[in-house]
Ligand binder design. Structure first.
Ligand code: ZN
Length: 386
């Protein structure tokens, strides 16, 4: 286990700084690095493609983005932390007053030392995110600032990754995680890494069922994958969404939309067997890609096991969700739970009787006493009456 924990620490360090988003090179680079762990096949869905009620937007690239004061000092710099730039910011290069700049500056609502995480995928705008401390100490209402967002939005594609592990049966499960968040460790670098490690281990096992491990940008990436694999997705037996698996908080699980579904029971058995106390979140329409997989067109029961689930920890969607918050040993504890859950899912065999008409003849198979008519059931003698 020590080796695995060192490996987790290594990949967390390498993957954390990449500029992941809805599209772009950061996502491809993440998947290339992940394919060192388990062979991921990349699929590209072009900008402009219609995906149900959605459309894949242009691909986003950033070279640099910063704000300088009138002395030329850099105050906020994308290259220091990619959270400083609002995701999908359009290009800008101008000098402006603080009054003009202020509507483009975003701070965290209650953590004064945290940079918040913001995106604007569909509205064309630009913005910088910074801590309240930075805003208060570095900017003044009389100041004049030079603003540079050297970004590009151009036709390209949305990238998803897939690892297919066939089983004896044609029936399949889905294990899905999202790759669209930049430097945020628990949400959801932890999920990306856990899914890759799980796929590598699961590839070595003898499997009754088939498994699709997918790495998709949240929402639109999940839908693009569904649209391009519609028949297979509709036929899935169930799905897991891996998110928030690297924090120090207690275990929790989100139930699938059918409370009595076998996946919910299996998650509870798994966590009980591992002696993990856990919180239960009933299904609701907020959350991650279970929103898509559970929609009426697919109706896939989907569960999630987390430690520090989205919405539930203060560092969520801020620069404090970092590599001090996430630790390899926390991630390993969730890895162990997901692996145990997969083992249960794979043993969920349903035996179908090939000759269902009437009782089978037990005697012909040596399963019934040769002398029938005893005083008890199954031709046996009843030996007591108390
Ligand atoms: Zn998120």
């Amino acid at each position: 286990m020590k080796k695995l924990s060192e490996e987790i620490a290594h990949y967390l360090q390498r993957l954390f700084p990449l500029n992941r988003s809805l599209t772009g090179e950061g996502n491809r680079e993440t998947l290339r690095i992940i394919s060192e762990i388990a062979p991921v096949r990349l699929f590209e869905y072009p900008s402009g493609s219609r995906i149900y009620d959605w459309m894949i937007p242009d691909e986003w690239h950033v070279r640099e983005a910063w704000i300088k004061d009138s002395s030329g000092r850099i105050l906020v710099d994308f290259l220091r932390n990619n959270l400083h730039l609002m995701g999908y910011s359009v290009p800008v290069r101008r000098t402006m007053s603080f009054a003009e700049l202020r509507p483009h500056l975003h701070v965290h609502p209650f953590l004064k030392d945290a940079i918040p995480y913001h995106t604007s995928y569909f509205k064309k705008q630009w913005g910088f995110c910074l801590s309240t401390e930075q805003l208060e100490s570095l900017f003044s209402p009389e100041g004049i600032y030079e603003v540079c967002v050297d970004s590009e939005l151009k036709p390209g594609s949305l990238t998803v990754g897939e690892i297919l592990l066939p089983g004896t049966s044609q029936k399949e499960y889905l294990v899905s995680t999202y790759i669209c968040h930049p430097s945020l460790a628990n949400d959801n670098l932890s999920g990306i890494l856990l899914t890759a490690l799980l796929a590598r281990e699961w590839a070595t096992r003898k499997r009754n069922f088939g498994y699709r491990f997918i790495f998709v940008p949240e929402t639109l990436g999940a839908l693009a994958y569904c649209a391009n694999n519609e028949a297979a997705v509709k036929d899935l037996m169930g799905a897991l969404v891996v998110t928030g698996v690297g924090g120090p908080g207690s275990f929790s699980y989100k139930q699938s939309f059918q409370k009595e579904h076998f996946l919910n029971g299996m998650v509870e058995d798994t966590l009980n067997e591992l002696h993990r106390a856990f919180l239960t979140y009933p299904f609701d329409i907020h959350g991650s890609d279970e929103r898509q997989y559970s929609s009426p067109g697919f109706r896939i029961n989907t569960v999630t096991i987390s430690r520090d689930r989205y919405y539930e920890y203060p560092e969520y969607h801020s620069s404090l969700d970092n590599l001090e918050f996430v630790r390899p040993e926390y991630l390993l504890s969730c890895y162990e739970a997901y692996l145990r859950l997969l083992e249960k899912m794979d043993q969920n065999l349903v035996f179908i009787r090939t000759e269902p008409h009437g009782e089978p003849r037990l005697g012909a198979r040596g399963l019934y006493p040769e002398t029938g008519g005893g005083s008890g059931p199954n031709g046996m003698e009843r030996v007591s009456w108390t």
